[in-house]
Design a protein around this ligand. Structure first.
Ligand code: GP9
Ligand code: MN
Length: 692
């Protein structure tokens, strides 16, 4: 302790001396005097980046985000530091070139933002072939005065340079100082700013930076320059991944699919052939909430009605990785698993996919997706070309009034209302159509509580008061918890679903239509909230502890098994027919494509899942982290242990066999995407496998 005190005293003495030295020797003034050009370079670079944020994000905390300003300073100073290596007379040229590049970045992003409300990516350079077609329109309609303002940066630098030259500045400075030393000092300073920036990063910052899809957020927190570096790295990574191991991947692919045969027809084969389809991507809807009620009111009455009247798969799992919504769309559409690194939607959007829309298109369907969010979220704008939709209705196609916004964007109720109008036109123009509606309101962190409408997750009960008269008492139960807010949010989304069904029916759009609904992934809620949900004692209004014999443990396995999401296939006339059931087969998102394929008459040999009516009780669901699940057992690959789900004895062979199957499947899936193995031009084995 004493030592620390002495050390601290010494340090503060040293700092004081240094500060005195800086003050007395006019170090800052001299530095500024000797580095006018460099300072002008730094200020213009940072200013341009700030102006860009100002025009794109209209709130002060965004464009004056100190984190972004700090990052901009660190990058611009680092880039400028190399200028010190050049002789003073060449230094201007270097700084001007860098400044022009940074300015160009701001101009491109400014124009791009006006066009797409998002930021540019180098991966889009492959789309430059289309620029010729739209070039004139861009100049006429989009290039505005605000996009030109950044040019003031290089102009200011040139003016500063001319004035300095006149004053013979370049002859006076730097003659004695060591250029290399100056460069290193400047670089170290920028490094210190970088470290300061890093330590202020929150876990949300890190996660969004790694996932890379929320471009607005990255620019807002990291600045445009860091965003662009991040973007370049993420664009190169898939190319590096696909450089090595192609031959082995190709061979494994051929072996894996060599003996695969189409399963025999069953009672649902071609059952819905030729019908129109509406797919509802139900954001964060979970199966376990379907059986819950608060104060006698179900959390999801409309979802429950669809489940009761249709084909309900109550043991259905999403198989997402870090790509959440986009991973579920990938697996749903292609029957492939999420990639091992990056996300397929962001890093591998140019690959070939045998997707549901493409297979419907072969039958003459018009295919589309509707989602009232920015089209660049999860890189949907690009990926949807590879998935093969004919049309994508995104935020730009919806009227988003402020009062209709919940959470991330346009409320589900308003989204459905406007979508029905679009659907009416599609229905008039196309004989067969297949469309997906992606919901948005029920999204983490479920905190927009005041917009969800009235739904209480407390317990209201009547007790007899001291004088014998009945009294109404309310206990909080799930009120104030994240899970409680989720139920409120889910209840809102469910009511939007109810309104959609009514609206579709009124528009006559349910007559020849199959509704397919899937929960995209679980709500990723804290385990302790589930503990409260399942261990709340309704008599004492306390939480049961482990000592209590009624205590229900919500451990790792309960949590994993509780991540089930609903999968429902519904038509207006299905209730009461032989198909109207609760199907309890263990099923995953990758089984959807083959299952729908069997019902609608299409087939993809390279699906990794199975038609559930062919596998039934023998189905297996694998997860991106190597865990797997079948009717008998849930296997935890991280701990190499498992939870038996039935009384049936589990053999060592079953565990090792299924674990090998899982690893192989994940490898093959990853290789298909990384090496673009479904592209006949890239995969020489494809034709051979096809012919077998
Ligand atoms: C974004 C929406 C939500 O447009 O689909 O994505 P998520 O955060 O669930 O992956
Ligand atoms: Mn989602």
């Amino acid at each position: 302790m004493k030592r620390i005190k002495i050390g601290f005293k010494k340090l503060s003495k040293y700092m004081k001396q240094k500060m005195k030295h800086i003050k007395e020797d006019h170090i800052i003034r001299n530095y500024c005097k000797n580095n006018v050009l460099f300072i002008a370079f730094v200020i213009t670079g940072v200013l341009n980046a700030t102006i860009l944020r100002f025009f794109c994000m209209h709130s002060i905390e965004n464009y004056l985000s100190w984190k972004a300003v700090l990052a901009d300073f660190a990058v611009v100073i680092a880039l400028g530091s190399f200028g010190y290596l050049a002789k003073p007379k060449n230094r201007f040229t270097y700084l001007l070139i860098v400044n022009i590049i940074l300015t160009a970045l701001c101009v491109v992003n400014s124009v791009y933002y006006t066009f797409y409300t998002s930021f540019a990516s180098v991966s889009m350079l492959s789309l430059t072939q289309y620029i010729g077609d739209v070039g004139d329109a861009v100049v006429e309609n989009v290039l505005q005065l605000k996009d030109m303002i950044y040019i003031i940066g290089p102009l200011a630098l040139i003016i500063v340079h001319i004035r300095l030259k006149k004053k013979n500045y370049y002859k006076k400075i730097d003659l004695k100082s060591d250029r290399k030393k100056k460069m290193i000092h400047t670089l170290v300073f920028s490094g210190l700013l970088g470290i300061l920036f890093l330590v202020t990063m929150s876990s949300l910052d890190v996660s969004r930076f790694v996932k890379q899809w929320n471009k607005e957020y990255i620019v807002m927190r990291f600045g445009i320059y860091v965003y662009q570096v991040n973007d370049v790295v993420s664009s190169i990574q898939p190319k590096i991944n696909s450089m090595f191991g192609y031959d082995q991947a190709n061979k494994d692919f051929a072996d894996y699919f060599a003996d695969k045969e189409k399963s025999a027809p069953n009672e649902v084969t071609d059952r819905f052939k030729g019908k129109n389809v509406i797919v509802i991507h139900a954001e964060s809807m979970m199966t376990n909430a379907m059986s819950l009620s608060f104060n006698g009111q179900e959390v999801t009455p409309n979802l429950n009605r669809l489940a009761k009247e249709g084909m309900f798969f109550s043991n259905f799992y999403s198989q997402v990785s870090v790509g959440t919504s986009s991973d579920s769309e990938l697996t749903y559409n292609t029957s492939l698993m999420p990639t091992k690194s990056g996300t397929a939607f962001v890093s591998y959007s140019d690959r070939t996919f045998n997707s549901i829309p493409k297979l419907f298109k072969e039958q003459g369907y018009f295919t589309f997706s509707m989602h009232a969010n920015n089209a660049d979220f999860w890189n949907r704008r690009n990926m949807y070309n590879s998935i093969g939709y004919d049309q994508f209705f995104s935020k730009a196609d919806y009227v988003v009034e402020k009062e209709n916004v919940i959470g991330l964007g346009l409320s589900d109720k308003e989204f459905f209302k406007q979508s029905i109008e679009k659907l009416k036109t599609i229905n008039e123009e196309h004989e067969h159509w297949y469309g997906v509606m992606i919901m948005l309101s029920n999204h983490t962190p479920f905190s927009d509580v005041e917009h969800y409408g009235d739904y209480n997750v407390d317990v209201t009960t009547t007790v007899l008061g001291a004088d014998g008269t009945p009294e109404t008492v309310t206990y909080p139960y799930m009120e104030g918890t994240k899970l409680g807010n989720y139920f409120k949010s889910l209840h809102y989304a469910d009511s939007a679903l109810g309104e959609l069904m009514v609206g579709l029916d009124e528009a006559g759009l349910l007559e020849n239509t199959v509704i397919v609904l899937y929960g995209d992934h679980d709500a990723r809620l804290p385990k302790k909230d589930y503990n409260r949900l399942y261990n709340y004692n309704m008599e004492t209004h306390e939480i049961r502890d482990e000592e209590d014999e009624l205590y229900k443990e919500y451990d790792y396995y309960q949590y994993e098994l509780g991540r089930k999401v609903p999968f429902i296939i519904w038509t207006k006339d299905l209730a009461g027919t032989y198909l109207n059931n609760n199907y309890t087969y263990t099923m995953g998102m990758y089984d959807v494509q083959p299952t729908l394929g069997n019902m609608f008459g299409f087939y993809n040999k390279y699906a990794l899942g199975h038609d559930i009516f062919s596998t039934r009780e023998n189905n297996i669901v694998v997860f991106p982290n190597g865990n797997w699940l079948n009717a008998n057992v849930y296997y935890n690959s991280q701990k190499a242990e498992y939870l038996p789900l039935t009384e049936q004895p589990i053999t060592e062979e079953e565990i090792t066999g299924n674990t090998e199957y899982t690893n192989k499947l994940l490898d093959v899936s990853n290789n298909i995407i990384v090496f673009d193995l479904l592209n006949p031009e890239k995969n020489t084995a494809l034709k051979e496998v096809e012919e077998k």
